[in-house]
Design a protein around this ligand. Structure first.
Ligand code: SAM
Length: 193
């Protein structure tokens, strides 16, 4: 879904970048997101701060996709060498060749997408054998709580961490590590070799 004005403003606030860098990215690193020279794709890259963090891994390639052209335009303003950004709906990534990515990173996106299960199937398709998925998401009750407090107006995406874990397994991912804290889950998952 497109972000509401309130959430768009919050997602592009310096405080959001602080959390993304010092909590979420650091958490991913401790779960094994440390490899250099990989083909990385970020789903729901927003205004590109995730790309700033991921480019410290010196990826072989980086592709960030997002539904909102406004976010993609902001992402381009970082002028990150070798980073490509595209407007695309993550539930249909037909333009991305199968098996072409080593690592997919998701900073809090699936709970925005009613067809989030299709996104996971697409992740399975575009990842190479042994490819890895790093994802951070809030549980469904946290999303509802944020909507009550801040009027962010998420869609009824039928999303919960429990359903997410089930769906990863159904798609053939092995959940290598997970961490849950204060209603947020951080995951490192892998496809078979
Ligand atoms: C909560 S924001 C997070 C942005 C950024 N990853 C961050 O952590 O600050 C969710 C992002 O997902 C994008 N999004 C929502 N639905 C999408 C879809 N179906 N396909 C791709 N991106 C989507 C939104 O446009 C938005 O930029």
């Amino acid at each position: 879904m497109r972000l509401s004005h309130a959430e768009f403003t919050a997602m592009n606030h310096p405080l959001r970048r602080f959390v993304q860098k010092h909590l979420e990215f650091r958490n991913f690193q401790t779960l094994g997101l440390v490899d250099k020279q990989r083909n990385i794709m970020e789903i729901g890259c927003g205004s590109g701060y995730g790309a700033v963090l991921l480019s410290t891994l010196q990826p072989k390639t980086y592709l960030g996709i997002d539904l909102m052209p406004e976010q993609i335009a902001l992402a381009g303003k970082w002028h990150l060498p070798g980073c490509e950004f595209k407007t695309m709906d993550a539930s249909d990534m037909a333009d991305i060749p199968s098996g072409s990515k080593d690592i997919i990173v998701i900073f809090g996106i699936l709970h925005h997408i009613p067809a989030w299960r299709n996104v996971l199937s697409e992740c399975r398709r575009v990842l190479a054998c042994g490819g890895r998925l790093f994802a951070e998401e809030p549980d469904g009750n946290i999303v509802r709580c944020f909507d009550k407090l801040f009027h962010w107006r998420h869609p009824n995406a039928d999303f919960s961490l429990e359903a997410f874990e089930r769906e990863m397994l159904r798609c053939g991912f092995e959940i290598v590590q997970k961490r849950k804290f204060a209603g947020f889950g951080t995951y490192a998952a892998r496809l078979p070799q």
